[in-house]
Design a protein around this ligand. Structure first.
Ligand SMILES: [Cu+2]
Length: 226
C-alpha cells in the first residue's frame, strides 16, 4: 500500500471513530414507577441527581408554563437548574403567578404579578427543588416547577412509565419527586457495551466496519409511597 493510500485509510478510520463518539452517549434509563397508596402513578418526576465534578449549562430555550382554561399547563414542569421559564396567560381573565417558597425555603417566596391574556413574563430558576405555583386570583389553581441538577430527567406517563434519554455511561443516583409521595432514591448504573462487527446486539448501531462503544438501555423500576 502506498503512503498516500495508507493516509487515506487512516483518515477514513479517524472520521469513523469521531462519528461514533456520539453513539457512545446514547444510553437511556427507563422503567416504571409504582405509587403505593395513591390513585395514580402519573406526573412523577424521575431524575439523575447531581454528578460530582459535572455541571450542565442551562438551555437557551425557555421552558413554558401556560395558564389555560383555569389551569397551570403542564401541571408539573421539570427543568435543569438555570433554565428560564416563560409564564403565559391564555385565558380571557387576569391570572397571577406566585410561589410561597422554593424547596420549602419561604425566604425565596416570590410574586410574579398579575397580568392579562397574551402577556408573557419570565423567571430564571437558579435554586434546586420544588416550586409550588399558585394564583392569587384563583385559589383553586396550582402547579409545580421542579428544578433538578442534571439534564437527565423525565416525567411518568399515566401508567407510571418513564424514559430518560441520552444518559452517558456511569453510576448515578436516581431520585423521584411527586406531588403526593415522598421522594425516593435508587442507585443506577448505565453500562457501555462494546459491540463488534457482525455481532451487533443493538439495532441502533449503524457502523459497518468497526467496533464501537454504546450505552444500553438500563431498567430501573421504582416504588414511591405516600
Ligand atoms: Cu388565575
Amino acid at each position: 500500500m502506498t503512503r498516500s493510500k495508507k493516509n487515506a485509510v487512516l483518515s477514513t478510520a479517524l472520521i469513523l471513530v469521531a462519528s461514533l463518539t456520539g453513539l457512545a452517549q446514547a444510553g437511556e434509563v427507563r422503567g416504571k414507577v409504582t405509587a403505593q397508596g395513591m390513585s395514580s402513578s402519573e406526573s412523577i418526576v424521575v431524575f439523575i441527581d447531581s454528578i460530582p465534578g459535572k455541571t450542565f449549562p442551562p438551555p437557551d430555550l425557555h421552558a413554558v408554563v401556560d395558564q389555560a382554561r383555569m389551569e397551570f399547563v403542564p401541571h408539573v414542569l421539570v427543568i435543569l437548574k438555570g433554565t428560564s421559564v416563560n409564564f403565559l396567560n391564555d385565558d380571557p381573565v387576569q391570572h397571577n403567578v406566585y410561589w410561597p417558597a422554593i424547596n420549602h425555603d419561604h425566604k425565596l417566596a416570590h410574586n410574579m404579578g398579575t397580568w392579562p391574556q397574551g402577556i408573557v413574563r419570565s423567571f430564571t430558576f437558579n435554586v434546586l427543588g420544588d416550586v409550588p405555583l399558585l394564583c392569587k386570583v384563583h385559589p383553586e389553581m396550582s402547579g409545580y416547577v421542579i428544578v433538578v441538577p442534571t439534564p437527565y430527567f423525565a416525567i411518568t406517563d399515566k401508567d407510571g412509565n418513564y424514559t430518560i434519554k441520552d444518559v452517558p455511561p456511569g453510576q448515578y443516583t436516581l431520585k423521584t419527586w411527586s406531588e403526593q409521595a415522598q421522594s425516593t432514591t435508587q442507585a443506577v448504573t448505565v453500562k457501555a457495551e462494546t459491540v463488534m462487527r457482525g455481532r451487533h446486539a443493538n439495532a441502533d448501531c449503524k457502523c459497518t466496519d468497526c467496533c464501537c462503544s454504546m450505552a444500553t438501555a438500563t431498567n430501573a423500576n421504582l416504588t414511591v409511597k405516600k
